[in-house]
Design a protein around this ligand. Structure first.
Ligand code: PGD
Length: 821
């Protein structure tokens, strides 16, 4: 089966395809109202925004009937039709629902049958009465740490209906903050903790040296474990797709592109790149092999290391093997990463002799000892001495939210606050403790109340949690080791889920509250996370369907029932909040001399775009530091790039030494103690956002035999008698899933690809170890912290085996409404 994802669609291609399909033929553009000031009414067109970009929603007879990309989008995502389907899909939650056993017997009832029980429809009044009385009971009986509201997930964009901030706001204001929060995220959990020690900043969410500079100056562009043509389809805010025109420009230059990845990615195919098929989880070894070559051949930039870094002298004995008897030569690296030593040596020379940008993804750090990967990448870039030069150095965000698209001179919108102490930025460094856990340790916390855990130099104890309230996330797809999780979840008396679709998470809940999609409410957001290209009115397209209510509305009522409505709302309704955020932008505009129209003009127009400045077009990351490291020091203790960290040394962790180090992961392909012969690569999917849109008609475009596709190398398939299109069972000691085989040479032998985000559909719900009928990759992954430092998730650490499935094919239940739903 050929892989359909080898290119991206420019705007022209998108529209051609759409017209050919007749998708947009129903409404002549002249009949459509552009920029309607509110929901379209029975017929019309509304401009609004999403993770997948800005789009026009076409409404017919009061129904969201069609979707076309915003005129300003240079590369519309072909996932847009999934958005439309998500509003009316069979997986939509229509009414407030309560698990029957819970409704009949109360908190803690039959927890072992969560996921298999049927649900009972209740009124909103009843549902909220249950929610509020349980919040109060848990606070009374278990104190301030009995409820977990560190709810994580990709939710929807919008500065107001930020459901996670609203949840915490309701509990901060209504329950005097009686809840356990979380810090970090599943994307960059390891890197965002180690990078402040190394570079004095989170680094992963910072603007990159911009693409016009890269196109002009970079000779060798390396994509190391990232697939920007795929992942830049979506953004945390409303995607601008600002990188895509530069992909075309760079390609036209004919300059070298290298992709280091177990898979021949969409990006590799687009650029016709040199594909180096590394073994998964071995990047640190390969980087060390390059570093050793540079050092041994005296190709490293000693002046740069002297002036801008600290601790290289402590790293060298490790590199040469003086300290541990193992020189980290290219030959040594080959034995681990599977890339020939000659290739490693050639790369060292190529990187040193040409302007090289090492652009890395985050998969490298979403694995056991993931902290080491970006630390070693920064060390390698330091040895090359090009950090702060136009088009040289490293970048940790070219693959995310269109990092590197030049920034506009735009005001910055505020958003709804959580009404308590902010947990962001530098606070992540110190926010360990019973009041907040590193979020990927949630199962550990449920299993081990009272147990001590380390985190970034601190020690805390896990609280005893009895109630979890989840909004805007799908932990029954995003968290690792599903079977362990299913059991741990049984420790909860109550699990409340607020979502718009019957995700696997909602199916494991006791109380389910139907939220609206972003298209059934008004909001406001930026277009372009880094580019800040525009502010968009995310206008309501249609009224809420069935009994869905907005997150703001639900939490307002919870705050009201807790006697704190006024404090929660500050006397503002939906449009009052949106206006108040916009007014801040107007004030900033006045101060910074940016033209920002008044609210009514903006809302009527639907969007306000901002100019990209010359400074935005020529930004070079770390140029200031390079120009003057004394006046522009980094935020590290030494003010320099820390190749050796005394702070980490003081922590004394056995699993995170004080300089970048190759550390064997708990399991890996061909690893010393590894039991299974194949690695499971759980990269991000091409046709959905994590698990979002998995429950829509888009699935038909990629599912194989109705199941999540699993890429398998031709040789591995042949030796197991697996043919393209077969249903296969992938298994290890932690779990077993069915998937549809895609036999290909576009993946390294020994590696399977099963994308994260496939909805968990257990054949025996509630039973740990059940076969998953659809293909949830996290049935197979390990749930351990990356190290004591970051305690981040290891979603890319999994080995397994695969066989052709010959039994009776079990039904996939997860995409339909549960009984009575
Ligand atoms: P999403 O599918 O985006 O996944 O995990 P995350 O939980 O973020 O789930 C978001 C949920 O929010 C959906 O169910 C959606 O319906 C709901 N939602 C959307 N908008 C709203 C709203 O306005 N209100 C409410 N109430 N709900 C809403 C993603 C996570 O998975 C991440 S970020 C990463 S990087 C990790 N990646 C991997 C990986 O690469 N490999 C593995 N094995 N595992 C991973 N897990 C992580």
């Amino acid at each position: 089966m050929s892989n359909p994802f080898n290119s991206y669609k420019s705007r022209r291609d998108f529209m051609k395809g759409a017209t050919a399909l007749g998708a947009f033929g129903v409404f002549a553009p002249s009949l459509l109202r552009a920029g309607a000031a509110r929901a379209a009414g029975p017929d019309g067109q509304v401009l609004t925004g999403s993770h997948w970009g800005a789009f026009n929603a076409i409404v017919k007879d009061g129904r969201f009937a069609d979707i076309t990309p915003w005129d300003g989008d240079p590369a519309p995502s072909d996932q847009l039709p999934g958005i439309l389907d998500s509003v009316y899909s069979p997986s939509r939650i229509k009414y407030p629902m309560v698990r029957r056993a819970y409704l009949e017997n109360g908190p803690g009832a039959s927890v072992e049958t969560r996921g298999q029980d049927d649900f009972v429809r209740v009124s909103w009044d009843k549902a909220l009465e249950l929610v509020v009385s349980e919040l109060k009971r848990v606070k009374e009986e278990y104190g301030s740490a009995g409820t977990f509201a560190g709810s994580y997930g990709w939710k929807s964009p919008g500065k107001l209906h930020n459901c996670q901030a609203l949840l915490r706001r309701a509990l901060n204001i209504g329950l005097e903050g009686a809840f356990v929060n979380s810090s970090g995220d599943y994307s960059t959990g390891a890197s965002q903790i180690i990078m402040p020690h190394v570079l004095g900043t989170l680094e992963v969410y910072e603007q990159q040296t911009v693409w016009p500079v890269v196109v002009e100056n970079t000779d060798t562009l390396v994509f190391w474990g990232c697939d920007p043509l795929n992942t830049n389809q979506i953004s945390w805010l409303v995607s601008d797709h600002g990188n895509f025109p530069y992909f075309d420009e760079f390609k036209k230059t004919g300059k070298k592109v290298i992709v280091i990845d177990p898979m021949k990615t969409r990006t590799a195919k687009f650029f016709d790149a040199d594909w180096i098929a590394i073994k998964p989880q071995t990047d640190v070894a390969m980087m060390l092999g390059i570093a050793h070559t540079l050092y041994a051949e005296e190709l490293h930039d000693a002046d740069f290391l002297d002036e801008y870094t600290s601790g290289f002298d402590k790293f060298v004995p490790y590199l040469t093997g003086k300290s541990d008897g193992t020189p980290k030569t290219a030959e040594w690296a080959e034995g681990i990463c599977g890339v020939p030593a000659d290739t490693i040596k050639e790369l060292a020379k190529l990187f040193q002799s040409s302007r090289t940008m090492l652009s890395s993804g985050w998969s490298l750090q979403r694995q056991h000892h993931g902290e080491q990967a970006h630390w070693m990448l920064v060390t390698l870039a330091s040895m090359l001495g090009q950090i702060g030069l136009p088009g040289g150095g490293f970048g940790l965000s070219y693959h995310y939210a269109n990092g590197g698209a030049p920034s506009a001179n735009s005001p910055v919108l505020p958003g709804i606050t959580d009404g308590g102490q902010a947990v962001d930025g530098a606070a992540w460094l110190t926010s360990a403790g019973a009041a907040s856990i590193p979020l990927a340790r949630v199962v550990d916390m449920l299993e081990n109340p009272g147990a001590e855990f380390d985190f970034n130099g601190t020690k805390s104890t896990y609280p005893e949690v009895k109630l979890a309230y989840w909004v805007g996330g799908n932990p029954f797809t995003h968290h690792q080791d599903r079977n362990r999780m299913v059991k741990a979840w049984q420790k909860l008396d109550t699990f409340i889920v607020q979502d718009f679709q019957w995700t696997p998470t909602a199916r494991h809940a006791d109380i389910v509250l139907p939220a609206t999609t972003a298209y059934e409410r008004n909001d406001i957001e930026h277009v372009g996370d880094y580019a800040m290209r525009a502010i968009i009115a995310m206008k309501k397209v249609i009224d809420p369907v069935f009994e869905a209510r907005t997150d703001l509305d639900i939490f307002t009522e919870i705050a009201d029932r807790l006697g704190k409505k006024k404090e929660f709302t500050e006397d503002k309704d939906e449009m009052g909040w949106i206006k108040s955020f916009y007014e801040e932008a107007v004030k900033q505009g006045e101060a910074k001399n940016i033209d920002v129209p008044d609210f009514d003009t903006f809302w009527d127009a639907g969007i306000k775009e901002f100019e990209v400045t010359d400074a935005g077009k020529s930004y070079v990351r770390y140029a200031d530091f390079r120009d003057d490291p004394l006046l522009e020091p980094l935020g590290t203790p030494t003010g320099l790039i820390e190749i050796y960290s005394r702070n980490i040394e003081k922590m004394g962790y056995d699993d995170c030494p004080a300089h970048p180090t190759w550390m064997e992961p708990i399991e890996r392909l061909d690893g010393p103690d590894t039991k299974y012969p194949l690695h499971v690569d759980t990269k991000h999917p091409e046709k959905r956002l994590h698990s979002q849109l998995c429950g829509t008609s888009l699935r038909k475009e990629y599912a194989v035999a109705d199941r999540e596709p699993c890429l398998i190398n031709t040789k591995d398939a042949e030796s197991r008698g697996i043919a393209d299109g077969d249903v296969v069972r992938i298994f290890n000691d932690r779990g077993q899933v069915l998937a549809g085989a895609v036999v290909t040479d576009e993946i390294r032998p020994g590696v399977l690809r099963l994308s994260e985000g496939g909805w968990y559909s257990p054949v025996e719900p509630g039973k740990a170890g059940s076969l998953d009928a659809y293909g949830d990759a996290n049935c197979l992954t390990v749930d351990i912290g990356t190290s004591k430092l970051a305690q981040a998730n290891c979603g890319h650490t999994a080995v397994a085996d695969v066989e052709k499935f010959t039994g009776d094919l079990p039904e996939i239940t997860v995409f339909s409404t549960p009984k009575n739903g």
